[in-house]
Design a protein around this ligand. Structure first.
Ligand code: FCB
Length: 469
């Protein structure tokens, strides 16, 4: 018996900036990430994404990999600056042509495209007016979304407008650790709101071109109190408001949560009416056909005094009992089950697609030329089991996209972290299928969880992978 329905979308995810390279090709404009990467020390190891996985040129290989791994879906993103090099106005047809070729190649192979519009690489030109901190960027994004949907809307069945607005708000505009490198709490609040407003405006613009389903991807982090002390319980609730509910509630029709709004108003020393204007919440609500969920870990929360570097009265503390990835991320698959059940309960009827889940493990090829990433196999198995448990309890999960198909440029951390099912040799661009990918392919083919048998001859495990053995 199958644990996952026949139509369940099994896939893998990437994003344009992290994989494409070829910055100066086909009229692409500059993005905020090039500007940011130019700052000394901004990127660990000093690298940049000008080559990355070379996927702008090697995309047919990436699609062949998806096919050989039996995957039925591919989540990738369009680079705004390839389509509208200046952010608005002139359209670069060669950029659209490129993505059209990818979409068509996927469809020919029976692979469903899941297309993200903003995976962080906004055109630099839009920073002249403040980027996401500026309200007029909402219109620019709607224009870009309209253009992309006009060309691809008849063929792309799943669209994701924004990837992780909280991360853009926090790392891009509050802490300055990601592009555009702004450190300003007021700008962060505005950026987060404009990202949601832009989701609404983009969706309205796209509807005339597509019957595809449109949603936004949130990285949701269940917040657990560090103790039963009511102050810690309150800290966990506050953090849940900051990270999760601030985005979930307006997107899914309830408006901004008042408790978190009060935290923001206290932290900024003013009310939010100038940024969150009358009528805005109704421009965000009711525009999501599904919710895209990126899940990596939880946050254990403790009460903490506010201060110059802590605008809100809580802090994350380590969970000493949790296993960790090579980057120290706590591995808590059971929180994924709880999260999916909570979403099912709080927002009934909203289909859920897991659009990212994965881990950093640094395994590289061994004596036999293969990558025996047994910890990723274990991680994958535990998280798919967590999805299966949520499905068994009724959560409407429609798909699972592993992050990532390929090792790639991991933003400010550069190339050190390896998230891929497929290893990338950055000197040559060669792709090497890791054991985890073979295992995933076997699960997908079976339609249910299977055990990994490392002794089984490769040919029997995934015969279609012969070319990559
Ligand atoms: C997410 C991003 C994705 C990748 C993973 C590891 O926050 O959406 O691009 O960096 O984390």
């Amino acid at each position: 018996m199958s644990d996952f329905s026949d139509g369940f979308l099994w896939g893998a995810a990437t994003s344009a900036y992290q994989t494409e390279g070829s910055f100066d090709v086909d009229g692409r404009g500059r993005s905020v990430w090039e500007d940011f990467a130019d700052r000394p020390g901004a990127i660990e190891g000093g690298g940049d994404a000008s080559v990355a996985c070379d996927s702008y040129r090697r995309w047919p290989e990436d699609i062949a990999l998806l096919e050989q791994l039996n995957l039925g879906a591919y989540r990738f993103s369009l680079a705004w600056s390839r389509i509208m090099p200046e952010g608005t106005g002139a359209v670069e047809q060669r950029g659209l042509d490129h993505y059209e070729r990818i979409v068509d190649a996927l469809l020919e192979r029976g692979i469903t495209p899941v297309v993200t519009l903003n995976h962080w690489d906004m055109p630099s030109a839009l920073m002249a007016c403040g980027g996401w901190a500026a309200r007029r960027t909402v219109d620019a994004f709607a224009e870009y979304a309209d253009t992309a949907a006009e060309r691809l809307g008849d063929r792309v069945p799943w669209w994701i407008t924004q990837n992780e607005p909280w991360i853009i708000q926090l790392l891009g505009y509050q802490l300055g650790l990601h592009a555009p490198g702004v450190r300003d709490l007021g700008a962060a609040l505005a950026a987060g709101h404009h990202l949601l407003l832009a989701h609404g405006a983009a969706t309205d613009a796209m509807r005339t071109h597509t019957t595809g389903r449109i949603g936004a991807a949130l990285n949701l982090l269940p917040c657990i109190p560090a103790s039963s002390d009511p102050a810690d319980v309150e800290a966990a609730r506050g953090s849940d408001g900051y990270v999760n509910r601030w985005f979930l509630e307006p997107l899914l029709g309830r408006g901004y949560p008042p408790d978190m709004r009060a935290h923001w108003e206290r932290a900024l020393g003013r009310n939010l009416d100038e940024v969150i204007r009358d009528g805005d919440e109704s421009r965000i609500a009711g525009r999501s056909d599904f919710l895209a969920v990126n899940y990596y870990t939880h946050r254990v929360m403790q009460a903490a005094p506010i201060g110059p570097d802590r605008p809100f009265p809580w802090q994350v503390v380590a969970d000493p009992s949790a296993a960790r990835t090579d980057e120290g991320t706590e591995i808590v698959p059971e929180s994924l089950t709880e999260l999916l059940l909570r979403l099912h309960h709080d927002y009934p009827g909203v289909p859920l697609m897991i659009t990212e889940n994965g881990a950093i493990y640094g395994d590289s090829p061994t004596h036999d030329g293969r990558v025996h990433d047994v910890r990723r196999i274990r991680y994958l198995r535990m998280h798919l089991q967590a999805v299966r448990d949520a499905l068994a309890q009724g959560a409407p999960v429609v798909g699972y996209m592993h992050w990532s198909l390929l090792d790639n440029f991991e933003w400010a951390l550069g190339y050190r972290p390896r998230f891929g099912l497929v290893y990338v040799d950055y000197r040559t661009g060669d792709r090497i299928v890791k054991d985890s990918a073979r295992y995933y392919a076997e699960i997908v083919r079976a339609g249910h969880l299977v055990e990994w048998d490392h002794k089984r001859p490769i040919g029997q495990v995934v015969d279609s992978l012969g070319a990559f053995g």
